[in-house]
Write a protein that binds this ligand. Structure first.
Ligand code: URA
Ligand code: SF4
Length: 192
């Protein structure tokens, strides 16, 4: 929110770049820290880098990312450079397996610091891992989505992971669109 996040966030990125706090360090090509505006009002949190993200060093650049970009543009009118995109774990789990609880715990301080520095008014969690972590819940995304939750001084809007929407199609896509509209309504109006 305040236009001060940039330098501190770059410092954190540099710290994370050679992190070896969990076993995922061994299999990565590079740490995928995050992308976008350090002063964004809207923050997306995914699960962890896949193959393409591991190679590119940027979150959500594969098929899931293309869908995310399209839905965010169509429903909110923002591009990826005017929001911020990060993941629960910053290194690719081997063969895209789920991140393990100890890996999520080891990586959590980076995400928490990203949230603190960016200070978005709305966080959209994509799928079970991000939603459960930030809401301290063990419920599934199907139960948690469809509503907004208070988060700090702002809001958290859970939605499906775009990879799920790519598989499930139709109704899930419509629900994700509705969640993005919910997020848009909760964003602080930006001055002209
Ligand atoms: N899936 C995720 O959860 N994050 C990415 O960055 C890419 C795919
Ligand atoms: Fe460090 Fe997170 Fe990568 Fe684990 S996943 S090595 S905690 S940056």
């Amino acid at each position: 929110m305040a236009a001060t996040g940039g330098t501190a966030l770059e410092h954190l990125r540099a710290l994370a770049a050679d992190c070896t706090k969990c076993p995922l360090a061994a299999g990565r090509t590079q740490v995928v820290f995050g992308v976008g505006d350090p002063d964004a009002e809207l923050l997306f949190v995914g699960e962890g880098p896949g193959r393409e993200e591991d190679l590119a060093g940027e979150p959500f650049v594969g098929r899931s990312g293309k869908l995310l970009d399209r839905l965010v543009w169509e429903e909110i009118g923002l591009t990826r450079s005017s929001c911020y995109i990060a993941n629960v774990v910053k290194c690719r789990p081997p063969k895209n397996r789920d991140p393990a609880p100890d890996e999520i715990e080891a990586c959590r301080p980076y995400l928490e610091e990203q949230i603190r520095l960016i200070d978005p008014s709305v966080i959209v969690t994509l799928g079970n891992f991000a939603t459960r972590l930030l809401l301290h819940s063990s419920e599934g995304i199907r139960t948690l989505r469809g509503a907004a939750f208070p988060y700090g001084t702002g809001h958290l809007v859970p939605t499906y992971h775009p990879a799920y929407v790519l598989r499930a199609g139709g109704e899930a896509m419509a629900e994700m669109r509705a969640d993005l509209v919910r997020a848009k309504r909760l964003m602080a109006p930006t001055s002209p």
